[in-house]
Design a protein around this ligand. Structure first.
Ligand code: NAD
Length: 301
């Protein structure tokens, strides 16, 4: 049993924190949203009235917040460095940030924690809200070996696949590389199927051909973007559920920023980012990202 402070009980953090409670840990949580705290208490957790209160007696802090500025604000405090959690934690504590944030902030937090003798890992997730509820998330971890080893058992209580990508920030980079590739694969798959359909092919027949040919990829195998081609996909459910266009746009923005900072050439990622942004701007940000297929059918790009 570990005493854990969990900060951020949103769509992802709520079920993740509940899974830590289920695994037998003492979890005290804080969120600005009272309803989220109430749900957590019903799940057996303890609600705190601030983040500082939540960390009292905690050996481990887990954060699951929207973006880098929220995590930096939480851990480092305001611009004067006041009120941040890091300076209020005991030496030897462990901080796990599972938010998807920019690499620069993740690295900065890793350094700040190290200076205070605190272990830090960035541990962004893949698997969405369904994975968070089922405890089957993939965690992609950045941090030194000792910090990773400490975090691993707790991450296993919330997920299934735990990867160590490298030092602090590496988890974020690996997640961005994956999601940028995913965006390219999904856009390319939608594009190819649409071209076939425009030439009189049945999308299911074409998908069956390509999934057994060299164009095979994850979108064709388990996440076909065309309604009715595959059961159980967001495409066959009016693009509801799954991974929202808005979140893909957020991740692509982070990927392009990281590419620029490392002077990496990412022309395919840039093109995919343009397509998904146009799709979101057209009012489809709340749909699953496979709805990019509609962008082709509606706009004849
Ligand atoms: P969310 O907006 O549902 O939840 C964020 C929560 O953080 C909110 O409840 C908010 O009140 C709280 N919060 C913000 N600042 C806070 C602070 N300083 N102290 C306490 N609470 C604070 O977001 P989410 O969908 O749970 O996503 C969380 C992170 O996980 C994001 O970085 C997102 O990119 C990533 N992610 C989300 C998904 C998904 O499918 N939703 C999938 C993978 C990764």
């Amino acid at each position: 049993m570990t005493q854990i402070a969990f900060i951020g009980l949103g769509n992802m953090g709520g079920p993740m924190a509940a899974n830590l409670v289920k695994a037998g840990h003492k979890v005290t949580a804080f969120d600005f949203v009272q309803a989220a705290l109430d749900t957590f208490v019903e799940a057996g957790g303890v609600a705190a009235s601030s983040a500082i209160e939540a960390i009292k007696g905690a050996q481990v802090v887990v954060s699951m917040l929207p973006a880098g500025k929220h995590v930096a604000g939480l851990l480092l405090g305001d611009e004067h460095g006041n009120g941040g959690l890091l300076s209020n934690l005991a030496k030897g504590s462990l901080v796990i940030d599972s938010s998807t944030i920019d690499v620069e902030t993740a690295r900065r937090l890793g350094l700040a924690a190290k200076e205070l003798g605190i272990d830090f890992v960035d541990a962004p997730v893949s698997g969405g809200t369904a994975g968070a509820k089922a405890g089957t998330l993939s965690f992609i971890v950045g941090g030194d070996q000792a910090a990773f080893k400490r975090a691993q058992p707790l991450l296993t209580d919330m997920g299934k696949n735990i990867f160590h990508a490298g030092d602090a920030g590496a988890g974020q980079i690996a997640k961005m590389c994956n999601n940028m590739l995913l965006s390219v694969l999904m856009a390319g798959t939608a594009e190819a199927i649409q071209m076939g359909v425009e030439n009189g092919l049945d999308p299911k027949v074409l998908s069956d051909i390509m999934v057994k040919s060299s164009g095979r990829n994850w979108a064709l195998e388990i996440y076909n973007p065309v309604p009715g081609v595959m059961d159980g996909t967001p495409a066959s459910n009016s693009y509801q559920g799954g991974f929202m266009v808005d979140l893909m746009n957020k991740d692509l923005g982070l990927a392009l920023t990281a590419a620029q900072a490392s002077d990496s050439s990412v022309p395919m990622g840039q093109q995919a980012a343009k397509l998904f942004k146009a799709h979101g701007d057209a009012g489809h940000g709340g749909l699953d990202f496979s709805s990019i297929y509609q962008h082709y059918t509606n706009n004849k790009v």
